[in-house]
Every structure is written in structure tokens, then in C-alpha cells.
Design a binder for this molecule. Structure first.
Ligand code: C2E
Ligand code: CA
Ligand code: CA
Length: 762
């Protein structure tokens, strides 16, 4: 009613009311006049009163009609307002100046699950408490209300985002009204927030990917080519923090020479709008040195199709390039001395021959061998050996100055001299080289003097092609080594001839082994009292043309060509079979070459031969030299231990000649030491030999290893050895190496040869 009246007041249609009053008054007067005219006479006053009453009725009717119109209008407005309110996407509520709810919509109710609690006139405090109870206000209601009021009192808009227990998020905006109340909109922004979060996550994910791509990624503004973004790999690539890159252009951080090229490439990509590839190029970075890279540039266009960004993906291939270079270097250089290796030497000699041949020049090829290197390596160990090689390489390089120096083998070096007057220039260089090795070399407090032996061949007279020249320099070195360590030999045609002969002899030896043309001679060994204890088997080769070839010649030949394997096996099998057939259980000594330890499984072979021949292992004695232990010491000792484990005896042959005998003697429990032939042979004229023999015998006592002296030819020698306490002897005094038939009696057989032969001989 109040609302209706206030609307009516607002309506204010005074003219209608006056017109209604006047019309009512006139109408009543007309009715009265008509009544008077008809018959009734009325006084003036009653007529006026009736007319007034009529006017009032008119006004009343007009008023009632207007009120009806207003009510209808209000109803229409309310329906429209409710329709609008309830069809809003947001929840809405309105509070009056006393903070009481006056208007709200359905959305507000359902948004917070308020149900019947909500009623017109309820306070904001009650509403918040109801929401809190319904679990749709995860905040402290009192504090919330206080904050809201404080903001509204200041005339501020109070906004808040509330995430409810069920995960929905509502954005609330409270706007103060002029009546001291406020209007609040409540918008469910769950979906929007989720989409925003998803977008944030996607962006963070993309950032993370770009950041972690291992290739440098650089993004520039296509308009001014300034850096906009760089990832972590790009920071590493430039070697500076991104803070020093972003917002700058290439000229601010890179050297000018590079910048020009970069700008050209950048512009090309921006102008063409196409992906471009920049091949291998160097970039001097501000904090990461020189890098070798390739780069792919791609423009990113905006909606108009114009390039907006320029992305550069850099492929840093520096490490790959460096390792390629390292590998290439290693392929051409020796890893210890860093000198060119044999492959590079071969290339060099080929190229030098080509150049010198075309120019009609001459040059020298020097093959250098380090004397006693193996011994040093073995006595002092590999680190000292390596240091010695390094020092030798340094001295050779320093002396050669400008000549090509290569390490072509373990302790072998080659020098290609510059073209000059030959052979004088090569001879002078060879002498300077030898002089460079005249001073002692000290490594780890070990002082040593290591000489060098040199073989020289001159281009073109000693070889017009690489193979011949190298072979002839080798032949000269071979000759120098066999004649005198520390010497220099120039190639001579005769050497070539000897090499050829050597090769032929090697062929012959192969045939001899295959066709079983070798023989064994047996040399007796005796106690000091003359009692024969066993025999040493010595190989003999009777060559159809050259006659008897000494083992000192054909054994090294067999070792060089690999024939020693077959030869050694034949000797071992033949000697064991022979000894197994003797009635007397004398021992049999067999010589083993160091090469037999390097290839194949020697212990297994010995085991097989013993089984095959039936010889007791205790009767077999294997003679080895220090050469066996030089090289792969561990492998050799392991093999010796396996042999010893079988019950076979092991003797150290030619003791005293080597460099490191003592250390070897301590490394393995030998069953016997054989003093080198040279000491006994020199006894008569060398006091030193007597001293050495004495020392060796004393040493063997200490180590509890019996000593055998070789090459005993005279009674005087035997007497000396007996006096010194030697255990056994071997030599012409006891018996020469002979076919076993000659020692039939000694081995317990009847003499094979008929007596008549002996008579005939005598
Ligand atoms: P080796 O093992 O030191 O053999 C002893 C050498 O000294 C033998 O020479 C022998 O004839 C000689 N000899 C022994 N006593 C005397 C003596 O009183 N006076 C003189 N003038 N010489 C004496 P051979 O048979 O010429 O052998 C030389 C070397 O050849 C051997 O030295 C050995 O190292 C090697 N050799 C011989 N046969 C074989 C074999 O079957 N296998 C291997 N791997 N090497 C063998
Ligand atoms: Ca021997
Ligand atoms: Ca010997």
C-alpha cells in the first residue's frame, strides 16, 4: 500500500483529479437541474452540497482508476524485475542502510545453498553465518563482515574471490549504494579460473620446455633485432647471464666482425619470411670463448602475416669438432710422445719422395733405435720407460730442427731430413743425434745413459719409392744393431743382398720344419764329481746347400717369422719322447724362446706333450732367458707358475748377460741358474769374470737355487768352479752336443752303433 501510495505520489496527475472533480460537479448539477425541471424543487444549499458530493465521487472514481493503473504497473515492474534478477548469470543481493537484505535472486540462493534461511530483512551477519554453516564461506564470517563494512563505510568497492570447499570459486563485488546499503554480485568464476590456470600451466610448461631445451634458443624482436628471450642453453652458450642479453642487440654483446654476418642472416630471414640455415661458422662469445656452430632461423608472424619475432636455434658443434680433431690427431700421432706415428710417417715419406723426385732433390731417411730400452723399461717399470721415450723424443726433435720426426715403433724413431746435399747432410744429422744422447738421462732419480743406433738410406739412390727406401734404411739399422750398438750405418747394396738371402733362408726353414728336416743334439750336464744328471736338447739344421746352420742364426730367424711356434713344439715333443724312452730317469732340458710365451698357450702344450710322451714332469727342465720376462711380465710369470705347478722344472739360462737379472731371480722361484757361457769362457783372461761367477754362486746360495756353469772346456775351469762351490757343469769337458745315439750308454741303452764302426773310427 505504501509502495502504491508512493508511486501514486510520484504519479502526481493533478490535472486528471481536478478534471475528475469539475466533471463530477457539473454532472451532479446537470442531474439536479433535470430533476428540478421535472417536478422537484430544491433549495440552493442542498443543491450545492449534492454537487460537491458529486464532485467528490468523481474525484474518488478518478483516483481509484489511477490507483488501479499504478498497481497494475507496479505488478508489471515487479514481474519484470524478478524475471531480470532471476535470469542473471550472477547471484545478486542488495542490503539497505541497516545492512539488512532487501533484494536477492535465485542464483544467490542456489550458489550458496542457503534455502529457507534467507528471508527479507535478515542481517548480513546472519547470512554469512548461514553460508559458513553451509560450507560455502571458507572464511571467518565476523572478520569478513568487518572488512566489508570498513570498505563500504569508506565508499569503496569491496571485492573478494572465495574458493569454496567443493572447489567452486566465486568472485564477489560489493558496491555501496547512496542509501548507505550495498549491492553485491556473486559470480561463479570456477570455469574461467580453471581455464586461466590451465593457460598458466600451459605457459609455464612451454616456458619450462624452452628453458630446458639443450640447444641455445634465442628470440629477437623482428622489428629491431633486439633480444627478447634466451633459454638456459643460450646463457651457457654466450657465457653470460640473460640479464646482460635481454633488450640488447648483437652489437652490444658480440664482436663486430661476427655481428655483421649475424645481422645479414637475421635480416634475410625477416625479409623472406622463411626458415634459413646458416652452416658451420665460428662465434666469439662474450663469456664462453670461441664456439663453432650452425644456426637455424625461423620467423614467427603475427596475425597480419608480418614477421613479429625471429627465433634462432643454435647448434653448438664445438665439442664434436674438437673431438673429431682429437681423434684425427690421435690417428696421426703417437699418444705418448705426440710425435707423428707410422701412418703419418708413411704419408710424409710418400709426399717427400714425390716432391724431391719432381725437383730432382735428394734427402735422407734415418731409422733410429734406442739401445737397451727394453731393459730400462723392465727394471724400472713402464712409467720410467715412458719418461725415457719422452726424453728421447724431445732430444731427437730438438736436434733435428725442421726435419720430420716420427715414432714408428716401441723404441724406434724415423727422421726424414730436409732436401740437401746427401749423404753429407744425413751423416751430419746422424752424428748430431748421437751426440745428443751422450749425456745421462735422469728419471725419478735413476740415472742412465741410453745410446742410439742409426740406419740411413738416401733418396733416390737407395730407393726411389717409399717401400724400398724404408726397407733399406731398416736393413742399414739391422746391420748397425748386429755389428755394434750405438753405431751409424748407411745402406749398402750388400745389405739388400743379405736381406734377400735372409728371406730365402726363412723360406727354407719353413720347409725344413714342415718336412721334418731338423734334428736334435744332446749335450750332457754333470755334477761336480762328473756324474751325468741329464742332457740339454739343442736344435740342429742341416741345410741342403749351406750345410749346418747354427741355431744362433736360425732361431732368431724363426722368432722373426713366427716359425718358432712350430719349431719349439717339435723340439719339445721330440726331446720329451726321446727322454721318455731312456732306461735311466735322467732329466732333459729344453730351450724356450720368449716368443713362445707371447703367443699360444704354452703350459697347455707342455701338459699335452707330457701326457702324449709319458715323460714324468719332474724330468723335464725348461730353460728360459730374461727375454721371456721382458714385455708382459705378469703373463709370463703366470705361465711359469702354471708350468711349475705341473711339476716341471724351470731354469734361468744365460744368467748375467742381461740388465736386470737380479730382479728377475727374485720374481720367480727358479730351479736352476745357468751362468752365461761368456763368463766361463773368459775366466782365464778376465778377473772380472771370476768375480762375477763368485757373486752369482753366492747369490744362488742365498736364493737356494743350484748353479750350473756352461762352456766348461778345461779342467782348470772345472777346478775353479768346484772351489767356488758351483753345483753342476756343462761343456765340451763333459761332452759335446751329439745325436743321442752317441750317448746311448749314458742313458742306459746299449750302444746303437756296432763296435766295428768304433774300430773303423779309431
Ligand atoms: P744355449 O742354450 O746357451 O746353449 C748352449 C750353447 O753353448 C750351445 O750352442 C752349445 O753347443 C754351446 N756350448 C756348450 N758348451 C760349450 C763349450 O764348452 N764350448 C763351446 N764352444 N760351446 C759350448 P748351440 O747349440 O750353438 O746353441 C746356441 C744357442 O741356440 C743356445 O744357447 C740356445 O740359446 C739356442 N738354441 C739351441 N737350440 C734351441 C732350441 O731348441 N730352442 C731354442 N729356443 N733355442 C735353441
Ligand atoms: Ca740353453
Ligand atoms: Ca746358455
Amino acid at each position: 500500500m505504501i509502495q502504491t501510495l508512493s508511486y501514486l505520489a510520484k504519479f502526481r496527475d493533478w490535472r486528471l483529479l481536478i478534471a475528475a472533480g469539475v466533471a463530477g460537479f457539473c454532472l451532479t448539477l446537470a442531474v439536479l437541474e433535470a430533476a428540478v425541471a421535472a417536478s422537484v424543487s430544491l433549495g440552493g444549499a442542498p443543491i450545492l452540497a449534492i454537487a460537491l458530493a458529486g464532485a467528490l465521487v468523481g474525484i474518488f472514481l478518478a483516483f481509484a482508476w489511477a490507483a488501479l493503473r499504478v498497481i497494475r504497473k507496479l505488478n508489471e515492474q515487479n514481474v519484470r524485475r524478478d524475471f531480470a534478477l532471476n535470469n542473471m548469470a550472477q547471484g545478486l543481493c542488495m542490503f539497505d542502510g541497516q545492512h539488512r537484505l532487501v533484494v536477492w535472486n535465485k542464483n544467490y540462493e542456489t550458489l550458496y545453498g542457503l534455502g529457507p534461511t534467507i528471508r527479507r530483512g535478515c542481517s548480513i551477519g546472519e547470512l554469512l553465518a548461514a553460508r559458513h554453516a553451509a560450507g560455502t564461506l571458507p572464511l571467518d564470517p565476523k572478520r569478513y563482515e568487518a572488512n566489508l563494512r570498513a570498505a563500504l563505510d569508506h565508499g569503496d568497492i569491496f571485492t573478494v574471490e572465495v574458493e569454496m570447499a567443493d572447489g567452486r570459486i566465486v568472485a564477489v563485488v560489493n558496491r555501496p549504494t547512496s542509501e548507505g546499503g550495498w549491492v553485491a554480485t556473486h559470480e561463479d568464476i570456477t570455469e574461467r579460473k580453471r581455464a586461466e590456470r590451465e593457460l598458466d600451466n600451459t605457459r609455464a610448461f612451454l616456458d619450462m620446455i624452452v628453458e630446458n631445451v639443450p640447444s641455445p634458443i634465442i628470440v629477437k624482436d623482428a622489428a629491431n633485432l633486439k633480444y627478447l628471450l634466451v633459454n638456459r642453453a643460450a646463457e651457457d652458450y654466450f657465457g653470460i647471464d640473460r640479464a646482460k642479453i635481454i633488450g640488447k642487440d648483437s652489437a652490444d654483446i658480440l664482436p663486430k666482425a661476427i655481428v655483421d654476418a649475424i645481422i645479414v642472416e637475421d635480416r634475410k630471414t625477416v625479409e623472406t619470411g622463411e626458415i634459413t640455415y646458416q652452416g658451420e661458422h665460428g662465434v666469439v662469445t662474450p663469456g664462453n670463448g670461441k664456439r663453432i656452430v650452425t644456426a637455424t632461423r625461423l620467423p614467427v608472424k603475427d596475425t597480419d602475416g608480418k614477421p613479429k619475432y625471429l627465433i634462432t636455434v643454435v647448434h653448438d658443434i664445438t665439442e664434436r669438432k674438437r673431438s673429431e680433431q682429437r681423434i684425427a690427431h690421435l690417428a696421426h700421432h703417437d699418444s705418448l710422445t705426440d710425435l707423428p706415428n707410422r701412418a703419418t710417417f708413411n704419408e710424409c715419406i710418400g709426399a717427400t719422395i714425390e716432391l724431391a723426385g719432381a725437383a730432382g732433390d735428394s734427402f735422407g731417411l734415418l731409422c733410429i733405435d734406442l739401445d737397451r730400452f727394453k731393459a730400462v723399461n723392465d727394471v724400472f717399470g713402464h712409467p720410467v720407460g715412458d719418461a725415457l721415450l719422452l726424453e728421447a723424443a724431445r732430444r731427437i726433435e730438438q736436434t733435428c730442427q725442421g726435419a720430420f720426426v716420427a715414432r714408428v715403433g716401441g723404441d724406434e724413431f724415423a727422421v726424414v731430413t730436409p732436401t740437401a746435399q746427401q749423404p753429407q747432410a744425413a751423416a751430419a744429422l746422424a752424428e748430431r743425434l748421437q751426440a745428443a744422447f751422450e749425456t745421462d738421462i735422469t728419471i725419478d732419480s735413476h740415472q742412465m745413459r741410453v745410446g742410439i743406433t742409426i740406419g740411413v738410406a738416401i733418396f733416390p739412390q737407395d730407393g726411389a719409392d717409399a717401400t724400398t727406401l724404408v726397407a733399406n734404411a731398416d736393413a742399414a739399422l739391422f746391420r748397425a744393431k748386429s755389428e755394434a750398438r750405438g753405431s751409424i750405418r748407411f745402406f749398402e747394396i750388400a745389405m739388400d743382398q743379405q736381406l734377400r738371402e735372409k728371406r730365402v733362408l726363412q723360406q727354407d726353414l719353413r720347409k725344413a720344419i714342415e718336412q721334418n728336416e731338423l734334428a736334435l743334439h744332446y749335450m750332457p750336464q754333470a755334477n761336480m764329481d762328473g756324474k751325468i744328471t741329464g742332457f740339454e736338447a739343442l736344435a740342429r739344421w742341416h741345410h741342403p746347400r749351406h750345410g749346418l746352420v747354427p741355431p744362433d742364426v736360425f732361431i732368431p730367424l724363426a722368432e722373426e717369422s713366427g716359425l718358432i711356434g712350430a719349431l719349439g713344439e717339435w723340439v719339445l715333443r721330440t726331446a720329451c719322447r726321446e727322454a721318455a724312452s731312456w732306461p735311466k730317469p735322467l732329466h732333459i732340458a729344453v730351450n724356450l724362446s720368449p716368443v713362445q710365451f707371447q703367443h699360444g698357450d704354452l703350459p697347455t702344450l707342455v701338459h699335452q706333450v707330457l701326457l702324449e710322451t709319458g715323460l714324468s714332469p719332474a724330468r723335464l727342465e725348461l730353460e728360459i732367458t730374461e727375454g721371456v720376462l721382458i714385455g708382459d711380465f705378469t703373463r709370463a710369470v703366470a705361465m711359469l707358475r702354471r708350468l711349475k705347478h705341473m711339476g716341471v722344472r724351470v731354469a734361468m739360462d744365460d744368467f748375467g748377460t742381461g740388465y736386470s737379472s737380479l730382479s728377475y731371480l727374485q720374481s720367480f722361484p727358479f730351479d736352476k741358474i745357468k751362468i752365461d757361457r761368456a763368463f766361463v769362457a773368459n775366466l782365464s783372461h778376465s778377473q772380472q769374470s771370476a768375480t762375477i761367477i763368485r757373486a752369482v754362486i753366492a747369490l744362488s746360495r742365498g736364493l737356494n737355487m743350484p748353479v750350473v756353469a756352461e762352456d766348461v772346456e778345461t779342467e782348470a775351469q772345472r777346478a775353479f768352479l768346484a772351489a767356488e762351490g758351483c753345483d753342476a757343469i756343462q761343456g765340451f769337458l763333459v761332452g759335446r752336443p751329439m745325436p743321442i745315439e752317441d750317448y746311448a750308454k749314458l742313458v742306459g741303452r746299449k750302444p746303437a752303433r756296432p763296435a766295428i764302426t768304433l774300430v773303423a773310427r779309431a
